[in-house]
Design a protein around this ligand. Structure first.
Ligand SMILES: NC(=O)c1ccc[n+]([C@@H]2O[C@H](COP(=O)([O-])OP(=O)(O)OC[C@H]3O[C@@H](n4cnc5c(N)ncnc54)[C@H](OP(=O)(O)O)[C@@H]3O)[C@@H](O)[C@H]2O)c1
Length: 314
C-alpha cells in the first residue's frame, strides 16, 4: 500500500509517499480502507520536533496521522465479524493514518451517524472532540462575551459555533479578511484581525472586556488576548500554534485542563458527531490534498494559508 513515511524530523519535505507492507490487524483490531485522513496542527509540530512534545522524538520511521475514516476491510481475532464492511471514523492510536490502509482498535471505532458525510465526520473527529471538551470545561453561559482566537482554524471554527449555540456573544480573532468572513458566517458577531496592532483594545471597546477567551495560539497573540479579558474572566489555554504557551495573567482565571480517558475521548467525538447530525455543528473542510501531497498540506498549514480542517485523500 501507499503511505506517507517520515524517517527523520524536519521540514515538510521529510513526508514522502512510499510503498510499504500492508498492516495486519492483531487481536482486538481492524483494518480500515482510509477514505480520508485528518491532519491536525500538532502533527506539523511533531514532524518538526517542536511544539508541546518538543524533545520527545517519536519512534522513527513513522507514518503520521491519528484520525481516519473509511470502511472496515478486515477484522482481527476476537473482533465482532459484523464490523466488517461498516463505515467508521477512528483514532489510529497516534500514528499510521496518512495511508491507504490503517489499523485501529475495534473499541475506538465510532459509527458515522446518518446524514453526516464521511468527510465531515473525519473533520470532526479530533477537532470536534477538542472543541466540545474545552467549550464544556469553560462553562460558557448565555449572554457572555466569548473571544475565540485562530477562529478560522479547525478547532476555532467549531468553538465559534458551540459558543454561539450556547447563547454567547462571540467575537472571533484571526488573520486576514478571508478568515474573518468565514468566522462571521459561522455565528460570530464580529472578527478582528490580530495581525493589526492594538486588536485587543478593539475587542475591549466592543465588549467591555470578554468573559471567556479560547486561546489555541499562545505567544504574543495569547498574551494580547489575555488583555481583552475582563477582571475575573476565564481563559481556556488549549494550544500553542505560535510555538509557546500563553503566560497566565493575574486578573484572569485559568480553566483547568484535564486529559480525558480513552472512553471519554470517544464519547466526546460521538457528541460532536451528534451535534453535526442535528445540524448544530458544521465542520469547515477548507482544503483537501491527495496523499502524495502531504508535504504540501503541512506547508500550507504552517504558512497559515488554510481555513478550517485539512484532510488527505489516499
Ligand atoms: N485539533 C485538535 O484536536 C487539538 C487538540 C488539542 C490541542 N490543539 C491545539 O489547538 C490549536 C489549533 O489546532 P488546529 O488543529 O485546530 O489548528 P488550526 O486552527 O487549523 O491551525 C492553527 C491556526 O493557528 C493560527 N496561528 C496563529 N499563529 C500561528 C503561527 N505562528 N503559526 C501557525 N499558525 C498560527 C493560524 O490562524 P491565523 O492565520 O488566523 O492566525 C492557524 O490557522 C493548536 O495549537 C493545536 O495544537 C488541537
Amino acid at each position: 500500500m501507499r503511505a506517507v513515511v517520515m524517517d527523520r524530523l524536519g521540514g515538510p519535505e521529510v513526508l514522502r509517499v512510499q510503498e510499504v507492507a500492508e498492516p495486519v490487524p492483531g487481536p482486538g483490531e481492524v483494518l480500515v480502507a482510509v477514505a480520508y485522513a485528518g491532519i491536525t496542527f500538532v502533527e506539523t509540530q511533531v514532524r518538526a520536533g517542536t511544539g508541546p512534545a518538543a524533545g520527545q522524538a517519536p519512534p522513527l520511521p513513522r507514518i503520521p496521522g491519528n484520525g481516519v475514516g473509511g470502511r472496515v476491510l478486515v477484522v482481527g481475532p476476537r473482533v465482532d465479524p459484523g464490523l466488517a464492511g461498516t463505515t467508521v471514523v477512528t483514532t489510529t492510536g497516534g500514528a499510521g493514518g496518512y495511508a491507504e490502509l490503517a489499523v485501529a482498535r475495534a473499541e475506538d471505532l465510532t459509527p458515522v451517524p446518518a446524514g453526516v458525510p464521511l468527510r465531515d465526520a473525519v473533520a470532526l473527529l479530533a477537532d470536534g472532540r477538542t472543541a466540545v471538551l474545552v467549550h464544556r470545561q469553560a462553562g460558557v453561559r448565555p449572554g457572555e462575551w466569548v473571544l475565540v482566537e485562530a477562529a478560522g482554524g479547525g478547532v476555532g471554527s467549531l468553538l465559534v459555533q458551540l459558543a454561539a449555540a450556547s447563547g454567547a456573544k462571540v467575537i472571533g480573532a484571526a488573520r486576514g479578511r478571508a478568515k474573518a468572513g468565514l468566522v462571521t458566517s459561522l455565528g460570530a458577531l464580529a472578527c478582528v484581525d490580530y495581525s493589526v496592532p492594538g486588536w485587543e483594545r478593539a475587542v475591549v471597546e466592543r465588549t467591555g472586556g470578554v468573559d471567556v477567551v479560547f486561546d489555541g495560539v499562545g505567544g504574543e497573540v495569547g498574551a494580547q488576548g489575555m488583555l481583552a479579558v475582563r477582571p475575573g474572566g476565564r481563559a481556556s489555554l488549549y494550544g500553542m500554534a505560535s510555538g509557546s504557551w500563553t503566560e497566565p495573567a493575574a486578573h484572569v482565571t485559568l480553566v483547568p485542563r484535564s486529559v480525558p480517558a480513552p472512553a471519554e475521548i470517544r464519547a466526546l467525538a460521538e457528541e460532536a458527531l451528534a451535534h453535526a447530525a442535528a445540524g448544530r455543528l458544521r465542520p469547515v473542510v477548507g482544503q483537501t490534498y491527495p496523499l502524495a501531497e502531504a508535504a504540501e498540506a503541512h506547508r500550507a498549514i504552517e504558512a497559515r494559508a488554510t481555513t478550517g480542517k485539512t484532510l488527505l485523500i489516499p
